[in-house]
Design a protein around this ligand. Structure first.
Ligand code: CA
Length: 419
């Protein structure tokens, strides 16, 4: 499967460290200046204007036009045969030696000149809690080591229904939220700006094909269009007070940032890897027919205002206990209909070591052990900090990148209820 770099006449796409070689072809939405939003595919240092290619008849897809709207949902809903056809046609147009180079070249726009937008309309958003190291760390802090993993954890991927309206694209500033937090002992709680605002390093699975009724893990895998990086911003002090017994609510509702490019599942195929060994066997409906995770290296950078960035965590998506396909299959067991544009957060991806933890809550162990950063220390996010998630798969002579998933935290508003 891992057959090496596919060379393109777009020279910058052939560099070994370019995140967007011809093997990748991730899907985004871009604009230039005040012009309308268009669908594009990243290649080298450029965005290929696929909306323009379709308009000019250089790219036609079954059931089209599918790219005449500023989101990828129509392509996603058209199904796996169209996804494969799209990749095949774009590869032919962009490959070294293509007879179409002169016709396609006018549709390349330098990445440096574009603004990127949400790549798809987020229909609904569900977030899971499916990383074992993370669940163990957080459970230990919140409930003690003996009760760290709840009794259901090794049998189902635990999740909650989030807010699609809160999903924003990389680069969007995130304002520190207000919320109700626990008072000392049994005192009255207080309403204040969160003092323990945090990130969660996750992958997001983007559902392409809808379902009506329960699906198998294999069917769920086939429904997934692609993956993004996802930062599930979390207010830990609000979460600790509100989460029992129904789980997170306002603590997770401020914003969720995703990377600007959806990397299609086909680009990730060479990097498939199995979930870890099961401590207890899963019930048959959640067992996997093959490897359903991916080897995706991940890191988190934190940069204070005016300062240098420190990489505060390095981990890998293969650390998850449950795959997105298992999560999606579980999501349908009740008959819950899944729709084109559903976004599934993996849950925080922490590794086994201290420097591989995907949240500040874990890195600073609840604030008890602040971590060193260039020019200072952090327990949680401070105002004007910029947090950047990065991810890549390393192939032979090429990498598959997702584009940075960036958010800067701005100070809380004045008391929103002061009159
Ligand atoms: Ca989460």
């Amino acid at each position: 499967m891992n057959s090496g770099l596919i060379r393109s006449w777009v020279k910058s796409a052939n560099a070994a460290d370019c995140p967007f070689p011809l093997n990748n072809l991730p899907c985004g939405v871009f604009s230039v200046g005040d012009e309308e939003l268009r669908c594009g595919v990243a290649i080298g240092d450029y965005v290929l204007d696929v909306t323009g290619l379709e308009e000019e008849g250089l790219l036609s897809l079954a059931g089209g036009p599918l790219l005449d709207v500023p989101f990828w949902n129509e392509v996603m809903g058209a199904g796996p045969a169209v996804w494969a056809d799209l990749r095949g046609r774009l590869t032919a147009l962009l490959a070294e030696g293509s007879a179409d180079q002169a016709g396609v070249e006018p549709f390349l726009v330098p990445l440096a000149e574009v603004e990127l937008h949400l790549p798809f309309l987020v229909a609904e958003y569900t977030d899971f809690y499916a990383g074992r190291h993370h669940a163990t760390n957080v459970g230990t802090m919140f409930r003690g080591a003996e009760n760290a993993l709840p009794p259901n954890w090794l049998h189902i991927p635990i999740g909650y229904n989030g807010r699609a309206s809160s999903v924003v694209v990389s680069g969007t500033e995130v304002r520190r939220p207000w919320g109700q937090v626990k008072g000392p002992d049994h005192a009255v709680p207080s309403f204040q700006p969160s003092r323990r605002f945090d990130i969660e390093l996750e992958m997001g699975a983007v559902v392409g094909m809808p379902s009506d009724g329960p699906v198998t893990v294999a069917e769920a895998d086939a429904m997934i269009f692609g993956y993004v990086l996802l930062n599930d911003w979390s207010a830990r002090d609000i979460q600790a007070w509100e989460y029992q017994p129904l789980g997170p609510f306002q603590a997770k509702a401020t914003a969720t940032t995703i990377s600007p490019w959806v990397v299609m599942k086909a680009a990730l195929e060479p990097f498939r890897t199995a979930t870890p060994p099961r401590e207890v066997p899963l019930l048959p409906h959640l067992q996997e027919p093959g490897p359903m995770l991916y080897d995706i290296a991940l890191e988190v950078g934190l940069r204070p205002e005016g300062g240098a960035e420190t990489v505060i965590a390095r981990t890998n998506y293969r650390e998850m206990y449950y795959s997105a396909a298992q999560q999606l299959a579980h999501h349908t067991t009740s008959g819950c209909p899944m729709t084109t544009g559903d976004l599934l957060g993996s849950g925080t991806i922490s590794g086994p070591t201290k420097d591989s933890r995907g949240s500040l809550l874990e890195l600073s162990w609840g604030g008890k052990e602040p971590i060193a950063i260039a020019g200072g220390a952090r327990s949680f996010i401070e105002d004007h900090d910029t947090l950047t998630l990065r991810g890549w798969c390393k192939g032979e002579g090429y990498i598959i990148g997702f584009g940075d998933c960036v958010g800067k935290v701005t100070p809380a508003h004045a008391d929103p209820y002061a009159r």
